[in-house]
Design a protein around this ligand. Sequence first.
Ligand code: NAD
Length: 245
Amino acid sequence: MSTRVVINGSRGRMGQALLSCVAADPAVSLAASTDVGDDLQAVLGGCDAVIDFTHATATAGIADLCAAAGKALVIGTTGHDDEACARIAACAKTIPVVFAPNFSVGVNTLFWLTRKAAEILGPDFDLEVVEMHHRLKKDAPSGTARRLAEILAEVRDLDYTKDVMHGREGMVGERTPREIGMHAIRGGDVVGDHTVVFANIGERVELTHKASSRDTFAKGALRAACWATGRQPGLYDMQDVLGLK
Ligand code: NAD
């Protein structure tokens, strides 16, 4: 039997990609599509999982509704503050939640490679993350860039809040070994580019992923919805779905 999904944020760029991918995927069926002004709670009874690609301020309330209804939740939305993340984590005690800044298989491979490269190259390499997205993106840096910097911080025993340097302007002084540089570029219709730079004296390694279609995120989110349905409550990410842990 197919997994019945609600697409929340259905009028958005990702919502539209999800609707077309649902139509092409026999493993899933559309229970409902909702956006601003629709009653999400009213359609939860007829679904197995909700897929949310909306806005950071909306997700915690959506998670509360899913927890009350006992429905699996896939969160693609990015840019949440600590309070929203804590509310989502609380809901994950009663329902399965897949919360991932990026659902593409390629980017999840980039996460894995970034960890390996940081471990192998060691503390002599300077770390910088560069991301580029379309001109309409609202949050910065991207959730994916943040996750890349978090992975680098974990390996190098750094603190994301204290050690990430967002852009540089004026007399900022020489680069310190503890810095993780973070740079967000915006323009045109770029779906999502991410590069992690490991730079040392005499050599440099760059790991790059470029997404050219939103379908890659949509297909990953649908795969996550099927995976999460019927699973034990918990806070999962795409690495769990892909078995990369
Ligand atoms: P978008 O602005 O095109 O679409 C967002 C949609 O959500 C809009 O139709 C809007 O009306 C709707 N919305 C806003 N608040 C809502 C609410 N409270 N209830 C229901 N609907 C609501 O944005 P987008 O490009 O589709 O991106 C959406 C989110 O997904 C962003 O946070 C983006 O960063 C993220 N994103 C994540 C991934 C991933 O793989 N995790 C990939 C692409 C985008």
